[in-house]
Design a binder for this molecule. Structure first.
Ligand code: 3PG
Ligand code: MG
Length: 404
């Protein structure tokens, strides 16, 4: 269970007056891109309330963020330029983007900021020190960042999607500047906390995504606390293999089969697996497609979505639940023939009056790109890994550091 989260918040900072003060904001603007086109701007929208409040208070706002996983050096395709442009559109102002992170362009961009204006620094992960395992290296980068924004600056942590990362712009920077939780971090933690403290029953968790190994921690920690754990997506096939089904060419983590067997033995009453699947002869939108029972997966074919019978069963459980947490698509929703499972489960969650939380980059993007009414959900989190680790009860470095 997560302990009480006691920090100074953005409201405290605003109350102390920010006019003319430089405020560094860490946001999570890691949006999905198709070339330079943003396919889901949810994370940028979610960053607005904090930025708008600081603008209204007359702060000089410096936004720092990452995009993708560049290898510690500048790479055009990971530039934050599309995010800066979109942020500017949404705020109705121009958001200049420094060409570097802590170099001369960053210094000049910050120096040119007027009160109530916003600028962005280029992708923090263009500097290898950001994600270094060595705390001293990360600290050196944080020192450089303080050099850019000045010793009198304040730091607002608002990138909920990265608070599970011990990285310079998330963690070490908060050790160097007065730090505050932004509105997004405050809102996300308040909602997730409700899932860990006495959730209303029945409590159903629906997990998808490709790898069992990524979700093992959350599965084992949630099983004792939930009434049902529904498993779809690529990871379902390792569970189906553990039940003895042939899975053809579907995603399979052979080294996890024994673990899945044990989970099924110990929790067979709670774990719900698909009973039918959509299989295809290739990973492609124009592949040949069949719907088969889980014991009828053809050799060489791959399962790319849960079938309609499973979708109906999952939806029925979601509709009856009082609390639902959903992370991970049920199939390859980006390709139309394999989107139905994700769509019907998402619609069922949205249609029910439950306390419902959508966790994660991919599931949140699925809701929006499949055109599902977002208002049906209590909360759509901007954090995938972060919300899972929070629910697992792990200490998130980016939150813990704000308490110090
Ligand atoms: C995410 O997309 O999950 C967050 O932005 C964190 O990114 P990361 O997984 O590359 O650290
Ligand atoms: Mg991630």
């Amino acid at each position: 269970m997560q302990r009480e989260f006691r920090v100074h918040t953005l409201d405290d900072l605003l109350a102390s007056g920010v006019a003319g003060r430089t405020v560094l904001v860490r946001s999570d603007l890691n949006v999905p891109l198709d070339g330079s086109t943003i396919t889901d701007d949810g994370r940028i929208r979610a960053s607005l309330p904090t930025l708008q409040a600081l603008i209204a208070g007359g702060a000089k706002v410096v936004v720092t963020a990452h995009l993708g996983r560049p290898k510690g050096a500048p790479e055009e395709k990971y530039s934050l330029a599309p995010a800066a442009a979109r942020l500017g559109e949404l705020l109705g102002v121009t958001v200049p983007l420094a060409e570097d992170f802590v170099g001369p362009s960053a210094a000049a961009t910050v120096a040119a900021l007027a009160d109530g204006a916003v600028a962005m620094l280029e992708n923090v992960r263009f500097d290898a020190r950001e994600t270094s395992k060595d705390g001293a290296e990360r600290g050196a980068l944080a020192d450089d960042l303080v050099g850019v924004v000045g010793n009198d600056a304040a730091f607002v942590s608002d990138g909920f999607g990265v608070v599970h990362r011990k990285q310079a712009s998330v963690y070490e920077i908060a050790q160097r500047l007065p730090h505050y939780a932004g509105y997004l971090v405050t809102a996300e933690t308040a909602v997730l906390k409700k899932l860990t403290v006495d959730p209303e029953r029945p409590y159903a968790v629906i997990l998808g995504g490709s790898k069992v190994s990524d979700k093992l921690g959350v599965i084992t920690s949630l099983l004792p606390r939930v009434d049902s754990l529904l498993i779809g997506g690529g990871m379902a096939f390792t569970f189906l293999a553990a039940q003895g089904h042939g899975v053809g060419a579907s995603l399979l983590q052979e080294d996890q089969i024994e673990t899945c067997k044990k989970l099924l033995e110990d929790n067979g009453d709670k774990i719900v697996l698909p009973t039918d699947v959509v299989i295809a002869d290739a990973f492609s939108a124009d592949a040949a497609v069949q719907i088969v029972d889980v014991d009828g997966i053809l050799d060489g074919w791959l399962g790319l979505d849960i079938g309609p019978e499973s979708a109906a069963a999952f939806s029925a459980i979601a509709e009856k639940a009082a609390t639902v947490f959903w992370n991970g698509p049920m199939g390859v929703f980006e390709l139309a023939p394999f989107a139905a499972g994700t769509k019907s489960v998402a619609e069922a969650i949205g249609a029910s009056p439950s306390f419902s939380v959508v966790g994660g980059g991919d599931s949140a993007a699925a809701v929006r790109t499949l055109g599902i009414d977002e208002t049906g959900f209590t909360h759509i989190s901007t954090g995938g890994g972060a919300s899972l680790e929070y629910l697992e009860g792990k200490e998130l470095p980016g939150l813990a550091v704000l308490e110090a």
